[in-house]
Design a binder for this molecule. Structure first.
Ligand code: SAM
Ligand code: SF4
Length: 331
């Protein structure tokens, strides 16, 4: 085995890391968190130094793209310090953030200057009341201002992420697409995933498949398959006549595991090999027992990769297979 690269037992090379920098958030989206969410004690969360050590080990093993996520990454104190260090790593082809947009009005420019190239901004509704119901926070105007600030800051590409739920926001599919087209943004429509220990609603009733979302878009816009391949659960389509690409993230209706090139590290330093499995390696224990020992960390990662499962097995029922909140794993 080549010990300088991360290759799993199925021959998939890991080049992409999702790094969660906090489990906290200023929103409480109903499909992601409960209102009275219990967060991990601060000492259980990786320090900025530890987060950098993890990223550095992955970069040393061939990871070329890092996405910083959470919880809400932009509520992490001094995050810019970490981003500047990562932004300075020439090996990285991409440094991206997934955010709810609430802090972008003030932070977008600094993020760009730190070296962040791409942003994903979550937006499930353009209607203030509905936005407040879905996120349990009345902040639509703040998020829209954040999106404008991000556009001005000159990111390589900005993508809107929308979780579509039948009866909740599926009547806004075209409005959200047109919002993206008018601003020259990309947009991904996401099927809701069965994560979290509290089932707050009947997922059978709110499930809306990516195929259905696409069919509804195609009643007004022509879509052609895009050549863009991410090694993740997204499949992209080009809106004919516009720059906007539309992604569909479909953990239920399409098995995307075969070309999975990614792993996740939670804010508590657990290495999660697959979103649909509970297996995880505690990197925090190792980091704290052997601070500064990058070689030991790299070896632990190489060995852990032998456990990466071949595929996930989400089922669309009320049973929650993986008792973990998306905000903890980093969506
Ligand atoms: N707070 C940031 C945000 O909302 O963009 C980053 C973390 S959030 C967990 C990342 C993405 O996961 C968001 O686009 C969110 O809509 C999505 N997400 C959260 N829970 C989900 C679920 N149960 N099913 C599908 N997507 C989910
Ligand atoms: Fe927070 Fe993002 Fe989860 Fe919404 S989806 S509660 S913004 S972490």
């Amino acid at each position: 085995m080549n010990t300088n690269q991360l290759v799993d037992p199925f021959g998939r090379r890991i080049t992409y890391l999702r790094l969660s920098v906090t489990d906290r958030c200023d929103f409480r989206c109903t499909y992601c968190m409960s209102e009275d969410m219990q967060f991990a004690p601060r000492q259980q969360i990786l320090t900025l130094e530890e987060l950098y050590a993890v990223a550095d080990a992955f970069i040393g093993l061939g990871v070329r793209r890092i996405r910083v996520t959470g919880g809400e990454p932009l509520v992490r104190k001094n995050l810019l310090q970490l981003l500047r260090r990562l932004g300075g790593r020439e090996e990285l082809e991409d440094l991206a953030i997934t955010t709810n947009g609430s802090q972008l009005a003030t932070l977008a420019q600094s993020l760009r200057e730190a070296g962040v190239r791409r942003l994903n901004i979550s937006l499930d509704s353009l209607r203030a009341e509905r936005f407040a119901a879905l996120t349990r926070r009345d902040r639509l105007a703040q998020v829209l201002d954040g999106i404008e600030a991000a556009r001005r800051a000159g990111f390589a590409r900005i993508k809107i992420n929308t979780v579509i739920q039948r009866g909740r926001n599926d009547d806004e599919i075209l409005d959200l697409l047109e919002f993206a087209i008018e601003r020259d943004l990309d947009i991904s429509f996401i099927e809701e995933m069965p994560l979290g220990s509290i089932v707050t609603h009947a997922r059978q009733q709110t499930f809306c498949s990516s195929d259905e979302v696409r069919e509804r878009i195609e009643q007004r816009y022509a879509l052609v398959r895009s050549s863009r391949v991410t090694g993740g659960p997204s499949r992209y389509w080009q809106v004919v006549g516009y720059r906007t690409q539309v992604g569909f993230i479909s953990p239920h209706s399409h098995n995307f595991c075969g070309d999975c090139n990614r792993v996740r590290v939670t804010a508590e330093g657990r290495l999660v090999l697959c979103l649909g499995h509970d297996d995880a390696l505690d990197l925090k224990g190792l980091l704290r027992a052997h601070p500064g020992d990058g070689e030991r960390l790299r070896q632990a990662l190489v060995e852990a990769l032998r456990l990466k499962p071949e595929r996930h097995h989400f089922a669309r029922d009320e049973q929650v297979q993986v008792v973990r909140f998306m905000s903890m794993t980093g969506g």
